[in-house]
Design a protein around this ligand. Structure first.
Ligand code: NDP
Ligand code: HSE
Length: 448
C-alpha cells in the first residue's frame, strides 16, 4: 500500500445513505486512496442511536452520539443526517474548524445555502453537494464546472423519483393516484407522510439548487413556484395519452429575455404535458433525468437513479475524493457564483403553452362563446378537438343520443404561448360563463 498522507473523515448520519457511504469507504479504501492521493480514515460516525440496526455492517466503536469531537478533528466532514437543525450548525462548525464539507441535504441547501457558501468563502473551504439534486446523477458538477463556459438557457428535470413512479404507473396501467401511492409506500419509494414528494416540495428544493447554479443567481426556495400531483387523476392521464402526451412532474428553470433585452429567470415545479417523443417522456419508474439546454452545447440529458442509499453514496463518495484532492492541493475553495443576480419572475409573468379541457353543453354558439372568451383574454388558440358524449337517461342508465341538448361536448383546447396571468383569468371567466359545465383540467405543455 502506498504511504499516503492520512485525511480524517467524519460522517454525520448512518441511515440509508450514510451507512452505504461508510461501508464503501471501508470496502474500497485502497482504491479511493489511489484516486484521492490520500488515505481516507473514517474517524467516527455520529448517529442518534448507536444500537439501532443498520443497512451495512459498521464497527460499533466508530458510532457515537457526540458529533462535536468528530467535527473539530476532521479534514472532511460528510453530513448525511438530513433536516435543518442540527445539520446546519454542524456544517458551519465544520467549515469554521477548517474542514471541507460534503452534504446531500437539499432541504438545508435550498433554505440556508447562501449562509453556508458564504461561511465557506470566508475561510476558503469548499462545500460539495453532488447528491443533493437527483441522487446518483452527476448534475451539480456539470452545471458548476463543465458548463461554466456556456450559458444555460433552460433545465427541465424529473427530479423526484416517487412522483415519477406514481405518474408512470398511472400512465402505463391506467391506475388511480391513491392506489399507486399506496403501492409506492409499500415498496418504500414514498414515505408514510408523502407530502414532501407528492406536493412538489422535494422537487422545488432541487429546482432552487439547480437554478442557482445554472443562472449564477441565488434562488431562494420561496421564489420557486410549486404545484404537486395530487390533482392528477385517471381522466387527465387518459386525455393526455389520447393527445400524444404524458404527464410528468417537472422542475423547469428558464432564462428569459424581455423585449428590452433584459434577462430574468423563472423557476417552477408543476405537473406538465410532455410530448411522447421527448426524451423526458421515456423516463420510467422512480428514475430521474435532467434535460439541459445550453446556448453552445445544445441539448444534454442526464439520466439515472435519483435516490437509493447505495446509488446516492456513489455521488457522496465522488465528492469526498474531490474534497480530499482539494485539501491536498491547498488554496482557497471556489465559491458559488451568484454574480449574475438575475431577477426571478413570479409565475404570473411566465408564458407557456397550455392544454385546457372543458365540458360544455353541446349547443349552437357554445364554441364561439368559448373562443370569444379566450380571445378577450389574449389567449390564442392553436388546436381544438371536440368529442361528444351522451348523458345517460336518469333512471335506466342507458345512453341516449337525442335530443342534442342532453349531450355534453368535451373540448380540448391547445393554446399558443400565453401569459400565466391572462390564462388563469381567462379560465376563471370560462368557468363562470354559463356555457362551461366543468373545467376538467388546465395543464401546461413543456418541451415542445
Ligand atoms: P436517514 O433518515 O435514513 O438517516 C439519517 C441518519 O442521521 C441516521 O443515521 C440518524 O441516526 C442520523 N441523525 C439524524 N439526526 C441526528 C442527530 N441529531 N444527531 C446525530 N445523528 C442524527 O436519512 P437518509 O440517509 O435517507 O438521507 C440523508 C440525507 O441524504 C438527507 O439530507 C436526504 O435528503 C439526502 N438524500 C437521501 C436520498 C435517499 O435516497 N435516501 C437521496 C438523495 C439525498 P439514527 O440512525 O441513530 O437514527
Ligand atoms: N424522495 C426523493 C424522491 C428521494 O422520491 O426522489 C430523495 O431526493
Amino acid at each position: 500500500m502506498t504511504d499516503y498522507r492520512r485525511l480524517r473523515v467524519a460522517l454525520l448520519g448512518a441511515g440509508a445513505v450514510g451507512s452505504q457511504v461508510a461501508s464503501l469507504l471501508r470496502k474500497h479504501g485502497d482504491e479511493l486512496a489511489d484516486r484521492a492521493g490520500a488515505h481516507l480514515e473514517l474517524i467516527g460516525i455520529a448517529v442518534r442511536n448507536p444500537d439501532a440496526p443498520r443497512d451495512a455492517d459498521l464497527p460499533r466503536e466508530l458510532l457515537t452520539t457526540d458529533p462535536e469531537p468528530l467535527i473539530v478533528g476532521a479534514d472532511i466532514v460528510i453530513e448525511l443526517m438530513g433536516g435543518i437543525e442540527p445539520a446546519r450548525s454542524y456544517l458551519l462548525q465544520a467549515i469554521n474548524s477548517g474542514a471541507d464539507v460534503v452534504t446531500a441535504n437539499k432541504a438545508l441547501l435550498a433554505t440556508h445555502g447562501p449562509e453556508i457558501f458564504e461561511a465557506a468563502d470566508q475561510v476558503g473551504a469548499q462545500v460539495y453537494y453532488e447528491a443533493a439534486a437527483a441522487g446518483a446523477i452527476p448534475i451539480i458538477r456539470p452545471l458548476r464546472d463543465s458548463l461554466a463556459g456556456d450559458r444555460v438557457q433552460r433545465i427541465m428535470g424529473i427530479v423526484n423519483g416517487t412522483t415519477n413512479y406514481i405518474l408512470d404507473r398511472m400512465d402505463s396501467e391506467g391506475a388511480e393516484f391513491a392506489d399507486v401511492l399506496a403501492d409506492a409506500q409499500r415498496l418504500g419509494y414514498a414515505e408514510a407522510d408523502p407530502t414532501a414528494d407528492v406536493e412538489g416540495y422535494d422537487a422545488a428544493q432541487k429546482a432552487a439548487i439547480l437554478a442557482s447554479l445554472a443562472f449564477h443567481t441565488s434562488v431562494p426556495l420561496e421564489a420557486v413556484h410549486r404545484e404537486g400531483i395530487t390533482g392528477i387523476d385517471k381522466a387527465m392521464m387518459d386525455a393526455a395519452r389520447h393527445a400524444g402526451y404524458v404527464i410528468k412532474l417537472l422542475a423547469v428553470c428558464e432564462r428569459l429575455t424581455g423585449a428590452d433585452g433584459a434577462e430574468s429567470i423563472s423557476v417552477r415545479v408543476y405537473p406538465a404535458l410532455v410530448r411522447r417523443d421527448h426524451p423526458l417522456a421515456s423516463v420510467h419508474g422512480a428514475n430521474n433525468a435532467v434535460f439541459v439546454q445550453a446556448e453552445a452545447a445544445g441539448n444534454l440529458m442526464f439520466y439515472g437513479a435519483g435516490a437509493g442509499g447505495v446509488q446516492t453514496a456513489s455521488a457522496v463518495l465522488g465528492d469526498v475524493v474531490s474534497a480530499a484532492r482539494r485539501h491536498l492541493a491547498g488554496g482557497v475553495g471556489v465559491g458559488e457564483s451568484n454574480r449574475a443576480n438575475l431577477p426571478i419572475l413570479p409565475i404570473a409573468n411566465v408564458t407557456t403553452r397550455y392544454q385546457i379541457t372543458l365540458e360544455v353543453d353541446d349547443q349552437p354558439g357554445v364554441l364561439a362563446t368559448v373562443a370569444g372568451i379566450l380571445s378577450e383574454g389574449d389567449v390564442s388558440i392553436a388546436t381544438v378537438e371536440q368529442t361528444v358524449r351522451s348523458e345517460p337517461v336518469p333512471g335506466n342508465g342507458s345512453p341516449v343520443t337525442e335530443p342534442a341538448s342532453d349531450t355534453v361536448a368535451r373540448l380540448v383546447i391547445g393554446t399558443h404561448k400565453a401569459l400565466e396571468q391572462n390564462l388563469s383569468e381567462t379560465v376563471d371567466r370560462l368557468a363562470a360563463s354559463g356555457v362551461v359545465e366543468r373545467v376538467v383540467s388546465v395543464l401546461r405543455v413543456e418541451g415542445d
